[in-house]
Write a protein that binds this ligand. Structure first.
Ligand code: ADP
Ligand code: MG
Length: 236
């Protein structure tokens, strides 16, 4: 089990009102799974993703990541977990506009304390991996939306995270670029990366091997709680 959320509640305070956003969400994911979390706008998808990604804390509940009780971690420990274990992909790419593709991809490696020479090598490799080996010196505004998202994916995987988290990764893309992004996720998952993708698009969700649906903060999962996921040539 790579991650296990149990009885997660998240409330936001709106003035004096408490707004419940996540209501008793439990979710277990094994290493190597490819999960799509679907749901309408406002249902709590991003809130859940931010908790899974250790960017936000639930109001109550428990969360174990790689067996560690991460809700007991301090902020600096959480940023370390994010840096080493989780790659993030967002709908709007979140690239630095004045930096080249190479520098954008190399950014997490600065925080990881990697030398400049190795940063450049690894960033170039990651860009090669996403099919952009010929665009290393391009800035975001010199790239198409699909290319920008692939730069963002290269940045997400440059530290070799075990989990890739994507929040509406195709939401800003035309359908052909969306398919390219899905093919990339597929091949990363084939290599063993755990992929958790949020989408409200059923066609995009169909690329995942497991689907969960969130409605008004309540998650329903098509995989039974303790279901074991069998992968070719892999022992649990
Ligand atoms: P989704 O990603 O599914 O569209 P979100 O997780 O972003 O939904 O939001 C779920 C609900 O939580 C919405 O009703 C939203 O208004 C509310 N919400 C999200 N973030 C905050 C916040 N920081 N403060 C108050 N309410 C919030
Ligand atoms: Mg959202």
């Amino acid at each position: 089990m790579i991650l296990q959320l149990e009885h997660i509640y998240k409330d936001y305070l709106q003035g004096k009102m408490t707004v419940p956003v996540l209501k008793d969400v439990s979710l277990s994911v094994d290493a190597g799974e490819y999960l799509a979390i679907m749901g309408p706008s406002g249902s709590g998808k991003t809130t859940l993703m931010n908790i899974i990604g250790c960017l936000d804390r639930p109001t109550s509940g428990s969360y174990h990541l790689n067996g560690h009780d991460v809700l007991g971690y301090r902020e600096n420990e959480l940023s370390d977990v994010r840096l080493k274990h989780i790659g993030f992909v967002f709908q709007s790419f979140h690239l630095l506009p004045k930096q080249t593709a190479l520098d954008n991809v190399a950014l997490p490696l600065i925080y990881a304390g990697v030398s400049k020479k190795e940063r450049r090598e690894r960033a170039a490799q990651a860009l090669e991996r996403v099919g952009l080996g010929d665009r290393v010196g391009f800035k975001p505004n010199q790239l198409s939306g699909g290319q920008q998202q692939r730069v963002a994916i290269a940045r997400a995987i440059v530290n070799h995270p075990s989990i890739l988290l994507a929040d509406e990764p195709t939401g800003a893309l035309d359908s052909q670029s969306g398919v390219q992004v899905m093919e990339l996720f597929q091949s990363l998952n084939d290599e063993g990366m755990t992929v958790i993708m949020i989408t409200h698009d059923g066609e995009i969700a169909s690329y995942a091997r497991r689907k969960a649906i969130i409605r008004d903060g309540v998650l329903s999962d098509d995989a039974p709680y303790a279901k074991k996921y069998e992968r070719k040539g892999e022992t649990p």
